[in-house]
Design a protein around this ligand. Structure first.
Ligand SMILES: [Zn+2]
Length: 113
């Protein structure tokens, strides 16, 4: 009796159809990975394809570059109105840092925005 139950449990999950499906799935995953490696993931493929780019790749920062670096110098008419601050205006003539500081001060003193 016990033997019969053991056979049932060990054979039921592995039908030939399921096995071939699992093989097909593994095959598809393998092919997908291979294609990703060959065509390259964004930002990675070009460096991976040419071996000479290794040093550049290692020193490169990940993610979006900081806005001040990406946008270059901010024009005077779009700069934060706080003296000495060179960041770009975000709202009400203030950069995001000074605007948030102003907002926090208004909330703390109970003034309406
Ligand atoms: Zn500012």
């Amino acid at each position: 009796m016990a033997r019969l139950r053991k056979e049932l449990t060990s054979q039921a999950p592995l039908t030939p159809a399921l096995t071939s499906w699992a093989e097909a799935l593994g095959d598809a995953i393998g092919r997908g990975m291979l294609r990703a490696l060959n065509t390259g993931m964004p930002g990675m493929g070009a460096a991976a394809a040419s071996p000479g780019n290794g040093a550049v790749m290692a020193g490169r920062r990940r993610g979006r570059p900081p806005k001040t670096v990406a946008g270059g110098p901010v024009p005077m008419d779009r700069r934060c109105t706080v003296s000495g601050c060179t960041r770009e205006q975000r709202s009400k003539g203030l950069c995001s840092a000074h605007y948030q500081a102003e907002r926090r001060r208004q909330i703390a003193t109970g003034k309406p925005a």
